[in-house]
Ligand binder design. Structure first.
Ligand SMILES: [Zn+2]
Length: 93
């Protein structure tokens, strides 16, 4: 059985390995102590790729970190493309 690595979205240092494959785990991080989302490594790679070179037509920087993870997760695991997302504007609420 293959295992999957998940990384803490709070400190980005702690990793956990599980035999099951889900988009993320929510668990208290033994490293930073946060009750954090541990993100599937494939999703994290997508997230980092977008951080490095945000697509011009997509307002990536407008998203907060959790929204970015959700977008990355949908791209990787649900076969979405960036065209599927409407970027919500949070200003002035
Ligand atoms: Zn952590």
């Amino acid at each position: 059985m293959t295992s999957t690595t998940y990384r803490c979205s709070s400190c980005f240092e702690q990793t956990l390995t599980r035999v099951y494959d889900v988009s993320h785990l929510s668990i208290r991080c033994p490293n930073c102590g946060e009750f954090a989302r541990f993100v599937h490594e494939g999703v994290l790679e997508q997230y980092e790729a977008l951080e490095e070179s945000p697509p011009e037509e997509f307002d990536w920087e407008r998203l907060d970190r959790m929204e970015k993870f959700v977008v990355a997760e949908k791209l990787v695991r649900q076969g979405n493309t960036l065209d599927d997302f409407e970027v919500e504007v949070h200003d002035g609420e």
